[in-house]
Design a binder for this molecule. Structure first.
Ligand SMILES: [Zn+2]
Length: 110
């Protein structure tokens, strides 16, 4: 799969991250969703979670949203790592012809 962040052909995980920055009475919300390779997954997790931890509490609305968004990002990051690990260990869809057993032969055996 192609990474939608850096464009490299690597194993990817479909993941989303969210962040918020509080500005006393206003806030800035940012969001990313897409297939990411392992290095981009790590980079985007830091890019979206760190400003939220550091600046998310600087506003009334964002103060309430910050714990949920940080928890969301941590969970998504974990899911992404599991997806990437599974994509590496998953067997290829191709099966060697010698291992292929037609349905008719399987039915005769009964
Ligand atoms: Zn990437």
């Amino acid at each position: 799969m192609q990474c939608q962040v850096c464009g490299a052909m690597r194993p990817t995980a479909k993941i989303s991250f969210a962040g918020i920055i509080g500005m006393i009475v206003a806030y800035r919300y940012f969001y990313i969703k897409g297939a990411m390779c392992k290095s981009c997954l790590h980079k985007k997790f830091v890019e979206y979670t760190l400003p939220t931890v550091g600046l998310g509490w600087l506003g009334l609305m964002s103060l309430m949203a910050t714990p949920f968004l940080v928890a969301y990002n941590v969970v998504r990051y974990g899911i992404g790592l599991v997806q990437l690990r599974e994509s590496r260990t998953t067997r290829p869809a191709f099966q060697h012809p010698s291992q292929f057993q037609p349905a008719a032969v399987a039915a005769q055996g009964r």
